[in-house]
Write a protein that binds this ligand. Sequence first.
Ligand code: SF4
Length: 123
Amino acid sequence: MKRPMTCIACPQGCFMEVETDGSRLIGVSGHKCSRGAAYARQEIEAPVRTLTTSVLTRGLELKMLPVRSSKPIPKEKLFAAMDAVKLITVTSPVKAGAVVAADFLGLGVDLVACRELGSGLDS
Ligand code: SF4
């Protein structure tokens, strides 16, 4: 089976055609460098995404804290990750980049704060 794919590994955004058997990459064309082929293989065989979302807070200046995964996680884990995020409540002030949940879901990836958030008592 052949399908179109746009490489997002650099701003050139090469339009590629990839051939798969459903789970493995068989061939790729249209890429201008090896990163395109590597991206196609990852996207077909083990797709990953950076999780970006928000967690609840209590006693801080905002009710929600934007967070992201420190590295991309397997796409198949995104729904489980969103369920786990709902169970997190941040109760202490944080700096941007602070770890909100270490080794999130045992994936070897941390959930980190995207911004600083102070105590609700400061404002
Ligand atoms: S194939 Fe290479 S040149 Fe094309 S978008 Fe991907 S990284 Fe950039």
